[in-house]
Design a protein around this ligand. Sequence first.
Ligand code: NAP
Ligand code: GDD
Length: 322
Amino acid sequence: MEGKVALVTGLTGQDGSYLTELLLSKGYDVYGLVRRLSSPSTTNIKHLLSEVNFIQGDLIDQSSLDNAIYSCKPDEVYNLAAQSFVGTSWEQPVLTGEVNAIGVTRLLEAIRKNKKDAKFYQASSSEMFGKVVEMPQTEKTPFYPRSPYGISKVYSYYYTVNYRESYDMFCSNGILFNHESPRRGIEFVTRKITDSVAKISLGLASELRLGNLDAKRDWGFAGDYVKAMWMMLQHDKPDDFVIATGETHSVREFVELAFSEVGLDYKDYVVVDPKFFRPAEVNILLGDYGKAKNLLKWEPEVSFKELISMMVKSDLDKNDVR
Ligand code: NAP
Ligand code: GDD
């Protein structure tokens, strides 16, 4: 493993921070593509700043991607950068397409021209299954995306497949179902819930406003899922893999368990607010990770209950300023 070079896009995000920790622990020289922001977004990577080589760039800017690949000559590229919030994809559909769809074409072109033998991981998503046509969803399930975000991820999924087939490049899609952690962005439902539970329990808030409590998701732990990304690029050939837990739970169940962690009943605090309903909802997702289990020997380790407990504890610590 010693001496391998990895380029990670989206390094400042939830998955980027866990993946970087994993790669550093395996002896990789890690380069991170980061955007120039007026206030750098380093919350998730404060502890890694001195260990990573930063390259300024943006998935919207071809020249910065060409430069990134040319300058670090990576053995492996993990493309985690995205406008990743489904809700925002209706507010900013063009930006979502520019970054999540065309951005992947730009990055694949940069690799093809500057380091064609680099292995490429694309952060594909269970949102591509959208209005699901079968249960559970596997690598063979047809896509039916329900949001600009889901559509952008279908586009980039097929680009990744196409570069594998057209140019014989090592390009793999991880079709990851929802995965969460204490580093999850605050607008995603799980973190919004655990942060509010902590605030309510500490007397800092009195209610939690949510949208559709009946939506069901297959939720796992981000720390487990980044291991699967790495395993896909160590596999003997490029391929596409579903990464999931094989369990589905409703938002209501998540809320109920999160409040019970602090001895409260969610019904006393949760208000359903139509403002958080989506124009088109993904009602249920449930993944079958059998292929990853067989070929990569990957399995999830953290249970649904353990995940909620971990996130509530972390938010209690973060909010408790006494
Ligand atoms: P996240 O926390 O929202 O991180 C997104 C990252 O993308 C951030 O580092 C962000 O940088 C960067 N980024 C956004 N726009 C960019 C641009 N134009 N150019 C360069 N970088 C840009 O997302 P995540 O949860 O870690 O997810 C990682 C990837 O997996 C995403 O592609 C997401 O769509 C996909 N995915 C996630 C899940 C999940 O459940 N978490 C499931 C399936 C797939 P800033 O810090 O500068 O904003
Ligand atoms: N965000 C949010 N806020 N979601 C809510 C709320 C709320 O107040 N109330 C109910 N929900 C419901 C949403 O309608 C959705 O059905 C579900 O909770 C999960 O929403 P998010 O946590 O925002 O995640 P997501 O499933 O839309 O998307 C995440 O998972 C995808 C993989 O399936 C993101 O991480 C995507 O980037 C990822 O690809």
